[in-house]
Each structure stands twice: as C-alpha cells, then as structure tokens.
Write a protein that binds this ligand. Sequence first.
Ligand SMILES: [Zn+2]
Length: 251
Amino acid sequence: MVKNRKKPTLRLAVAILMLLVFSGFYFLLAPYVHEEVGEGDAQVSATIPPTEATTQTQPPAVDKSSEYLVLVNKTHGLGKDYEPGDLKKVKYAVASRESQYQKLRKTAASAFNSLAKAAKKQGHTIKLTSGFRPYSYQKSLYETYVNKDGKYTAEQYSAKPGYSEHQSGLCADVSSPSVDYNLEQAYGSTKEGKWLAKNAHKYGFIIRYPKDKEDITGYEYEPWHIRYVGEDAAKEIYEQKVTLEEYLGEV
Ligand SMILES: [Zn+2]
C-alpha cells in the first residue's frame, strides 16, 4: 500500500522535474538560436549589396595564367628548344638592323605596330631594333659580353641563353632617332622615351625593367625594353607601378 500511495507523488515529481529541465533548456538555448539566425540574416543583408557593387565597378580579374603573362627572368627559363610558332615581322622596325631578329609573336607584333603608329601621329618616331632572339643567337651574344666585361658585369645587362625574355617573342627593344637608335638609359629622358613610358600600357606593353627595381627584376633600368602582357594586365601593372615579378607574386 505504501508503494501505491507513493507512486503518484513520484510521477508528479518526475513531471515537474522534466518540465523544469525542458524549460531550462529552452531559456538557456533560445537566445543563442535567435542570435544565430539574427547574425546570419545580418550577414546576408550586409554582404549582398557590396558584392553587387563590386561586380559593377571592377572589371573582371585578369587571367594570370595567360600565355602572354609568361615570366622569363634569371630564375625562370624557357629552355633550349622553345621557339614561338606565330612570329611575325614588325612593320615599324629599324631598317639597318638584321631583319631576322625583328619579329614578335603575332598579337604582340600587331600591338607594337599600333603603338608605333599612334606615336607617329603624335610626332614621335619609335621603332623596333630587336624582338625575338632564338636560343642560339642569345648564346653567342652572351658569350661575347662575358668575354668583353666578365661574367658578373655581363649578367647585369645580358641574359644567359634560355633565360632571355627575347626568346619569348613577347618583348622588344625599341629606340628613336634622337639617340641614333641606340639602347641607352638616356632614352628614358627623351620625348619618345617619355611618351613610351606613359602610353605603352594602352597597347598592352610595359617597361619591363623600371628604374630602382633592379633588385626585383635582376636587370638595370632599360627604358627601351618593352614587354607585351596584354592590355588589361599592362594597365594594372602601369597603375600599380609594379614589376611583372610583383604582379605575378613571383618575387
Ligand atoms: Zn631587350
């Protein structure tokens, strides 16, 4: 009998306890549940408008794996056998130079012709002196310079064979009558050199070895050496005042 009388009390106690436990859980957890939902909503409403604004104001990112953004420098070589299959003779080239080295890859050749034509319209004569150089020619140039100046000095201005950007068919040495079509640092101070530095990016070219960037590019300032990278990349590199190495995150 005692057992029978105790049972309802026990059931009631258990029921009250369970009620307390569940309500306790509810009050403890409810604020967190609401907060999470709230934060999520806030994130959604806060992130969507800037995302839309970003896509409206910024152009699509440049594809840095583009074939025109290939990095060739003292540590990134092209190999002995690399030769582009789409080389074209450039129209605006210095007549007295050997014409076999006045070619560029098709897109770069056409871009250079546009650059030179635009320069001419504004009263500046800018011509290509040297474009694509095969491995064999770079090898003979390099050996000549090493014999003349020694290895260390020669490597400040000449690339080892296989490591010359000229082998890519994407760069050009250019010059003008004001410096007798020579390749010298004074070119950067001539009206043509200044025009080139200011306008090359509009045609997809960059000044590849800028002043005070020798520690990054590995080369002295060369106001005459321009490199085709495509218009979008050239604009970004020009505006950000960086080298190709920095732009590609390869410093
Ligand atoms: Zn060059």
